[in-house]
Write a protein that binds this ligand. Structure first.
Ligand SMILES: [Ca+2]
Ligand SMILES: [Ca+2]
Ligand SMILES: [Ca+2]
Length: 219
């Protein structure tokens, strides 16, 4: 009986160690297939998304794809980031009808940062180099930056007027990032994205900027 209890305790201990160890092991690997259906995010880059003042998409279509060419069926990469915070009236597309008073009151910032870790953006590759274009809700934000075989955190500033919000409390709005890979060639360069975050800066700071701007205009 004592031996059976001993065996049981040993087995339990092994299982606990195994259970604690396993998620860390899977988490550290860049294997989107293994992450499907898991509750934790796939971390394919060395960068963790911010946890404060942020809307983030870390798993799903367009993310953790491995190096993707423009000849891949997965191209272009399309990543939707959901905002579930109602702030004011929006038009039929989800854009704020009148953001200025909300900015002045400090309810929303004047702009947000769209940030994403991007892999292997060969801007210094042999001509033609890698040119990967970022589109946010239909607006061109510019080209991704990076270098051969490294992850680099890219950041783009977007005016709040180009961000989609839900029409009512409890609703959601999808903000779409599209990456057009390798604009200058076909099947030449590949890249990947780990996550996309919409980071809102401090509305109080924006309000101060608006006030200062207003005073400057009025002076
Ligand atoms: Ca490369
Ligand atoms: Ca590349
Ligand atoms: Ca990810």
């Amino acid at each position: 009986m004592k031996r059976a209890l001993h065996l049981f305790l040993c087995f339990s201990l092994v299982w606990v160690v195994y259970a604690l160890w396993m998620p860390a092991e899977i988490y550290a690997q860049d294997d989107p297939g293994m992450a499907l259906g898991k509750t934790f995010a796939t971390r394919s880059s060395p960068f963790d998304p911010p946890s404060k003042d942020v809307f983030v998409t870390d798993d799903g279509p367009g993310l953790d794809t491995g190096c993707t060419f423009n000849t891949s069926p997965a191209h272009p990469l399309i990543i939707d980031i959901v905002i579930d915070q109602f702030v004011g009236a929006v038009d039929g597309s989800g854009f704020l009808v009148n953001p200025a008073p909300l900015i002045a009151k400090g309810i929303i910032p004047a702009s947000i940062e769209v940030i994403m870790p991007a892999f292997d953006i060969d801007v210094n590759g042999s001509p033609p180099p890698e040119h990967d274009e970022v589109i946010f809700n239909g607006q061109n934000l510019g080209l991704l930056n990076g270098d051969n075989n490294i992850w680099l955190l890219n950041s783009f500033t977007v005016p709040i007027s180009q961000v989609k919000f839900p029409a009512a409390t409890g609703g959601t709005a999808s903000n779409r990032v599209q990456i057009n890979v390798d604009l200058l060639a076909s099947g030449r360069w590949c890249m990947a994205i780990d996550w996309v975050a919409l980071v809102h800066s401090d509305p109080a700071q924006d309000r101060a900027d608006v006030d200062r701007h207003g005073r400057q205009q009025g002076a």
